[in-house]
Design a protein around this ligand. Structure first.
Ligand code: PLP
Length: 396
């Protein structure tokens, strides 16, 4: 590989770009994880994550990727053979459903077309029909990273309540948290799941569960085997700022900085920034004459945009051309969307010029790859950003 000057554009929908402030925060000697200094760090990040999750409940942090936190949510709350209700929003919901089956759960899947979010009515109907309450948990993916479609978690909670059903609500907000509003307590989420490499602007390696009182109660009788993922020991140690095993100390230094940055900017400003960039991206896509995969405007993701290729064109070839010529990585299409879509990540540490650079890379890539499109996508995004700036919203 030869040296490529300038910064690589990492515009996949996570891992997202790690800002220099976080890189510098992690560049420290690893400390004694049983010493007093660590307890301070532990308490600070555990309390900080409650603010990001908008919860008063405990948060636990695993030295693991998001998949580990999915498993933790299931094995802590459920027993072999328990029925769980899941919704096929895309590849990540499909993987989580597969995991539930592997763990010995009776995992029911409400089918979907990968272009819509969870249908709360379908959830309500299914729960209403479950009169003997065999369904123990409803599991939904808040931001389906494979499709760029969001689900309305508050509406799912209302559906569960309207059915008068006691099932737990487990929510994967892996690509949403830290970029898009998520209200764990207000929405009645029993376990929220996330990880470090998306909106939290960190490298991969940390993942999280929030634990409601009801989820904690369920964990006392849940029968699935667990050891590493067990909440009980984790919570006992966390009470004093420690972990039951070696924590990912240097990633926690980074997390402390990431939380400080999000709170400094203000969560509402962070969310507004992502909403602006996603709208600008969709305007660019439409100006190119291409189609956004997400079909319902209220479900468009603010963290990524999946773009459908014109019939007969390969998304992977376009991505390869863009990587080769412009040193930018875009997200690949997953599973049945393989080669049909490319995904533009606009999450995490991102500003107007990063967005315009990203969209310029796509527009130049479409030309270089010889794919029929209209010019003017970047201009459409510029016009929108200028309009927003003129209307008085902060542009950064
Ligand atoms: N859930 C969602 C929505 C994701 O986007 C991802 C990863 O991209 C995962 C789960 C799995 O997380 P990890 O790859 O960190 O295990």
């Amino acid at each position: 590989m030869t040296y490529r000057s300038g910064r690589h554009f990492l515009q996949i929908p996570g891992p997202s770009n790690v800002p220099d402030r976080i890189l510098r925060a992690m560049d420290k000697p690893t400390m004694d994880h049983r010493g007093p200094e660590f307890a301070e760090l532990g308490k600070t990040v555990l309390a900080g994550m409650k603010q990001i999750f908008k919860t008063e409940n405990p948060v636990v942090i695993y030295p693991a990727s998001g998949t580990g936190a999915w498993e933790a949510a299931l094995v802590n709350t459920l027993s072999a053979g328990d029925r769980v209700l899941m919704c096929e929003t895309g590849q990540f919901a499909t993987l989580w459903h597969g995991m539930a089956a592997k763990l010995g759960l009776d995992a029911e899947f409400i089918g979907g077309d990968w272009r819509h979010g969870v249908d709360p009515q379908a959830v309500q109907q299914r729960l209403s029909a479950d009169s003997d309450h065999r369904i123990k948990a409803v599991c939904v993916v808040h931001h389906e990273t494979s499709t760029g479609v969001t689900s309305d978690v508050a509406a799912v909670r209302r559906a569960i309540d309207a059915a008068g059903h006691p099932a737990l609500l487990l929510v994967d907000t892996i690509s949403g948290l830290g970029s898009v509003d998520f209200r764990t307590d207000e929405w009645g989420v029993d376990v929220a799941i996330t990880c470090s490499q998306k909106g939290l602007m960190m490298p991969p390696g940390l993942s999280f569960n929030t634990i409601s009182a009801k989820a904690l109660q369920a964990s006392r009788t849940a029968g699935l085997p667990r050891s590493y993922w067990g909440w009980d020991e984790m919570l006992q140690h966390n009470a004093r700022g420690y972990f039951p095993y070696s924590p990912a100390t240097n990633l926690l230094y980074g997390l402390k900085e990431a939380i400080a940055m999000l709170l400094e900017e203000g969560l509402d400003n962070v969310f507004a920034r992502h909403a602006r960039y996603s709208e600008a991206t969709r305007r660019a896509v439409r100006a190119w004459g291409l189609e956004v995969l997400s079909l319902v405007p209220s479900e468009h993701s603010n963290v990524l945009t999946a773009v459908l290729m014109p019939e007969g064109e390969s998304a992977d070839r376009l991505r390869a051309v863009i990587l080769e010529h412009f040193d930018m990585s875009l997200g690949t299409g997953l599973n049945k969307l393989q080669d049909r879509v490319f995904r533009i990540g606009h999450l995490g540490d991102f500003n107007d010029l990063t967005l315009i650079g990203t969209l310029a890379g796509v527009e130049m890539g479409l030309s270089t790859a010889g794919i029929a499109h209209n010019k003017g996508g970047v201009q459409a995004a510029l016009d929108y950003l200028a309009e927003v700036a003129a209307s008085g919203q902060r542009s950064q």
